[in-house]
Structure formats: C-alpha cells, structure tokens
Design a protein around this ligand. Structure first.
Ligand code: AMP
Ligand code: MG
Length: 403
C-alpha cells in the first residue's frame, strides 16, 4: 500500500505527463485573483520611473550637509510635480514622499533631522549619498519581464500587473471538475431525507474545495449504487477535465465505483493509501481523464481531496503542484494511534506568540463533520509512531480555507 506521499507523487507524475497546452482566457485584473498566468508581463517603462524620494524632508547635495551646516530652501516638490530644474549649489528643496528628486541632489534628509529658521534649514548630521531615495530603474528596467506563465496571481502579482498597465491578463482557464456522489441513501441537499437517508453534503464540500484549489466545480448530483446508473453518470463526468466521485470505493457489496470505472476502460494507479481516514481512495485515468474515487465518509472525502485532487487541479491549470500547507506544532496533549497508517485527525492549532500549539479534537470518526467544522487543521500522526508525548513536535496539515 502506498504512503500518502507516494500516492500524491503518483498523481503528480501521471497528471503531469498530460500537462500539454491548456485553454486560456483573457481576464481583467479585477477578476484574476487566484488564476494562473498564461502570458509574460513586461514593464512599460523603468521602475521607479524617476529618482523617488522615500521621505518627507529636503533634497540636498550630500557633501553640503556637514553637521550644523545650513542651506537655503528655495522651493518645494510635491508628489506628482513635474521637476525640470536642477538643485543649485548651496540650496535645498523641500520634498515629499513619492516626489521626484531633482538632478543635482543626491540625497534626501528626513525633516525630523533638520530644524529651520525662515528659509534657512539646519542639518544635524552629514547625509550619505543616495539616502532616502530609490534611483530610477532600480526596481525594474524598461521592457523587463516581471511576471511569467505559470505564476499564480495573488494580490501582489495583480498589483504588479496593474502598476505596469497590464489590465487584461491571459490566464489558464480553470479546470472543470465533475463532482459525482454515489449512494442509495443520499438525497439532494434541498430534499427532506427519509429516516435512514442523508443529504449530499459531500457535493457541497467538494465544490468548495474545487473552488479553493482553482477549479470550476460541475456538480452532477448522485448516482445509485448500480453499475448502469454509475456508468451513465460517469460518462457525463468524463466530459469535464477531471472526475471526482465520492463513496462506493470500500469493500462493501454495493461499493461499485471501481468496477464501473473499469468497465469504462479505467487504468488505476492506486486503490488504497496507508492513511486514516481515507484509506480506500482510488486514482486512475479513464478515457484520458484523471479520475478520483474518494471514500464517502465526509471527513475522508475532505482529507483525500486535499492530499490527492488539489495537486491535479494545479497541474491542469498549467501551474506547479503546490506543496501541502504543513506546519510543525507543539503537541498540547499526548496522542496514541494505531501504527501502520498515517492519521489525519481534526485538530486546532493556536499560536502562542510565534509558537504553534496543536490539540486534537474529540470526534466520532470520519463521518463527524461537526468535529471538522471546529477544526482549523489536521494533526498528522505518522504511520511509524504509536505515541507522541505532550510537548513533542507534530506535523499539522492546515485547513487553508480557515487559517
Ligand atoms: P461509502 O464510502 O459509500 O461506503 O460511504 C461511507 C459513509 O459516507 C456512509 O455512511 C455514507 O452514508 C456516507 N456518505 C456517502 N456519500 C455521502 C455524501 N455524498 N454526503 C454525505 N455522506 C455521504
Ligand atoms: Mg456508499
């Protein structure tokens, strides 16, 4: 049986092989948050475009500012002012943050380090050449590539694009992820379940996880535990870029997802992983599309999505698979779990200053959505550790939607 790392690497390897060119769309910077860039972005001019003052103070020739020296202030430069004249010897100019330093000046002295009497400014100390100014072109030269294909657009990347006037960006289209739940007991979330039925909560968690991972969810509803119904709905799902099924992958008589996929020509790379919850997770390729069969217990579905499906969505967006958001945290209470499987337990990490401390939450096993709704992470108990003592460090997989 594969470890979760091996299984995850298998997904990355197999989906990575099918990377190829992907469909793109031109998107406004206002709407491009979280998308993966599919073009280069170059600067339209040098940055900064002029020698920029980083302080409110006086533009000076540094060599004229020995301690106690006085210079005549002959005017002011506000941010945005056009600056044509150079600084005359023996004078200074009052200057604001973001304004252009005039030629002739080679430093800005903070107003706090000066005093003045009328138009005479007195300097407390000698200015260093270049202080409190950013030279023209020092952040980027003209026509320099500043964003490249494959980069994910966060707020800083979007601001950088906006800075250079790239207001329309060619981005990878979000991969369309078909979500198909299975189970005779499952009803739609707006239906009233019978006494022994349950609502399809997995369709909702999976759609949310797909969105966070950068995909476009396509919720297909529920298939009955019958080969024909499964086959029909799987066929619909294979029209999308990825198919994610929940339920029907365990050992029960009515767990028919693998058989249904096999009948449609699927090739499997794993059908069990050494984790709890989530052990029966399945990954394969069916008619050229990646297919995941996630166990139906809600917490199992959530964990296995984060471990195995999220990296596939990254790759299908033409980005690198992002690393898992793991953190080392100090264990608040001793833990004991059955060895042989890596456990992912609902837990809460709290920060005491910069030190993270984690505590597992009480739960009733992998059907307990309420426990996970109180958690902000999964506490990982490695397969080879039977016991972790209080105060020891443990790995934590952060829930990136709430932390
Ligand atoms: P399965 O993986 O099909 O054996 O299902 C395991 C458990 O998860 C059972 O208790 C199911 O009732 C439950 N379950 C299966 N599918 C869903 C779903 N879509 N939403 C919520 N719970 C589910
Ligand atoms: Mg089932």
């Amino acid at each position: 049986m594969l470890s979760y790392e091996q299984a995850r690497n298998k997904v990355i390897e197999e989906v990575g092989k099918r990377k190829g060119p992907r469909a793109t769309a031109v998107v406004s910077v206002w709407d491009a948050l979280g998308l993966v860039l599919a073009q280069e972005v170059k600067t339209d001019r040098e940055y900064p475009p002029f020698d920029r003052s980083t302080r409110d103070g006086y533009a000076v020739r540094s060599k004229e500012t020995a301690p106690g020296a006085q210079l005549k202030c002959v005017g002011e430069i506000k941010a945005g002012d056009t600056v044509r004249e150079s600084l005359a010897a023996g004078t200074c100019l009052q200057i604001m943050t973001g304004a252009a330093v005039p030629t002739g000046a080679d430093a800005v002295v903070m107003i706090e380090q000066t005093s003045h009497e009328g138009d005479l400014v007195r300097f407390e100390r000698a200015a260093q050449p270049g202080q409190n100014m950013v030279p023209r072109g020092s952040e980027a030269s003209a026509a320099q590539t500043i964003l490249t294909p494959g980069m994910r657009l966060g707020y800083a990347e979007l601001a950088l694009a906006a800075q250079v006037g790239a207001v329309q960006l060619e981005c990878a289209r979000r991969p369309r992820v078909a979500i198909l739940s299975t189970g005779d007991e499952v009803v739609l979330i707006d239906e009233t379940p019978g006494p022994f039925q349950i609502r399809n909560s997995n369709s909702v968690s999976l759609a949310a996880q797909v969105r966070i991972a950068g995909g476009e969810p396509v919720v297909l509803g529920n298939a009955a535990d019958r080969i024909e119904d499964l086959g029909e709905k799987i066929e619909g799902g294979l029209k999308e870029d990825v198919l994610v099924l929940s339920g029907g992958v365990s050992m029960g008589k009515y767990d028919l997802v693998e058989s249904a996929l096999k009948a449609m020509g699927a090739e499997f790379f794993f059908d069990a992983v050494a984790i709890r919850p989530g052990k029966p997770a399945v990954f394969g390729m069916c008619q050229g599309k990646p297919v995941f069969g996630l166990p139906g217990n809600p917490v199992s579905t959530m964990v296995t999505f984060e471990l195995f499906v999220a990296p596939a969505i990254d790759l299908l967006s033409s980005a690198e698979a992002r690393a898992l958001p793991l953190l080392e945290a100090r264990l608040a209470e001793a833990m004991k779990e059955k060895p042989g499987l890596t456990h992912f337990l609902p837990a809460r990490v709290e920060w005491r200053g910069a030190v993270a401390e984690v505590k597992a939450l009480k739960w009733q096993g992998s059907g307990d959505i309420a426990a996970l709704a109180k958690a902000n992470c999964f506490l990982m108990v490695p397969a080879d550790r039977e016991k972790i003592e209080a105060g020891e460090n443990a790995s934590v997989l952060l829930r990136k939607d709430v932390v």
